[in-house]
Design a protein around this ligand. Structure first.
Ligand code: GRG
Length: 298
């Protein structure tokens, strides 16, 4: 298998779905639609829609509803990036190699574009449910995605991260950091894979394995993100380096050191690969994807 070629094809398919789903007509005055489109189309690796599509196929899914789910996935993710870059949070001016949404359109529009993308994601999920042959599977998939991005998932993790940064949170700092990483980053990756599989009819036992697998690769992905923050360049990662230090963010690097952090990435990736081996069908691309995610340079 030529992994790079396979990945390129899957990213292309995800991008087509996303472009088809994005609002096109400038049918309201002002910049809202433009800022939504800008935030999504300015770049991004499309990791989550690709993972979602892969799990859908592994479990035998073939319907068009996946395209709505993949698009909704990317809208949720992009809305979180828009908000993460705002002055009240990380106050970053560069993302995906271009100006952040609020740097391009102003702070108010950064807030509104993020909100609009999040709201629009749910419209797309309903469209996906309408399109699906098996509505029960589709509702289950939509619920998984809602939960993993909500207060028990990404938003919960982000809130602990923000409070820890501003006022500190008492307790074992490594445990708190692991909670933050599990929720803020891994939950959405778990959600992407679980929703793809659920949409194609995966059962509870299979979803449990996928959740664990998403957790491991999601944690590896976040630690690698922290490593790139101190070893990458602004050009290679498309966002400012040493951003964590600037924002007083505790990461794996300053708790256990860069060598231990790099070891942890490999350990977690191997665990994810072993879990993929428990799935019923060919997971060759998925396993290669895990290595790509944890060894990535951007
Ligand atoms: C409004 C839904 C919503 C949420 C707001 C700000 C926030 C709550 C959550 C932020 C969570 C966050 C930024 C986690 C970091 C995860 C991470 C490593 C993101 C980078 O993902 P990549 O590398 O980015 O896939 P690209 O640009 O390639 O898509």
């Amino acid at each position: 298998m030529d992994f790079n070629k396979e990945l390129e094809e899957r990213v292309k398919k995800a991008n087509q779905a996303i472009e088809e789903c994005l609002p096109k007509e400038k049918n309201i005055p002002g910049n809202l639609i433009e800022s939504m489109r800008y935030s999504v189309l300015v770049g991004g690796k499309r990791v989550r829609p690709v993972l979602m599509g892969e799990l859908f196929e592994i479990f035998g899914g073939t319907g068009k509803e996946i395209r709505f789910f993949q698009s909704a996935m990317e809208m949720i993710h992009t809305s979180s990036l828009c908000h993460d870059d705002l002055p009240a949070l990380d106050n970053d001016m560069l993302r995906r190699g271009k100006k952040t949404t609020h740097a391009q359109f102003g702070e108010a529009m950064g807030i509104l574009a993020g909100d609009a993308l999040l709201n629009y994601a749910y419209e797309l999920l309903f469209d996906g449910i309408n399109e699906a042959q098996n509505k029960e599977n589709a509702i289950r998939a939509a619920r998984i995605l809602s939960k993993k991005s909500g207060y028990l998932g990404m938003l919960g993790g982000q809130s602990v991260d923000v409070e820890r940064e501003k006022t500190g949170i008492e307790g074992d700092q490594l445990e708190i950091l692991e909670y933050i990483n599990e929720k803020k980053t891994a939950a959405l990756i778990e959600g992407a894979m679980m929703a793809g599989a659920a949409l194609a009819g995966a059962n509870d036992g299979q979803l449990e394995i996928i959740e664990k697998m998403g957790n491991r690769i999601g944690l590896a992905f976040q630690i690698q993100d922290d490593i790139l923050d101190v070893t990458g360049t602004t050009e290679s990662i498309g966002k400012p380096v040493f951003s964590d230090m600037k924002n007083n963010k505790e990461t794996y690097i300053n708790i256990v050191g860069i060598e231990e952090a790099a070891k942890k990435v490999i350990e977690l990736t191997n665990e994810a690969v072993a879990l993929a081996d428990q799935l019923p069908r060919n997971t060759e691309f998925l396993k290669e994807m895990f290595s790509y995610l944890s060894l990535r340079k951007k």
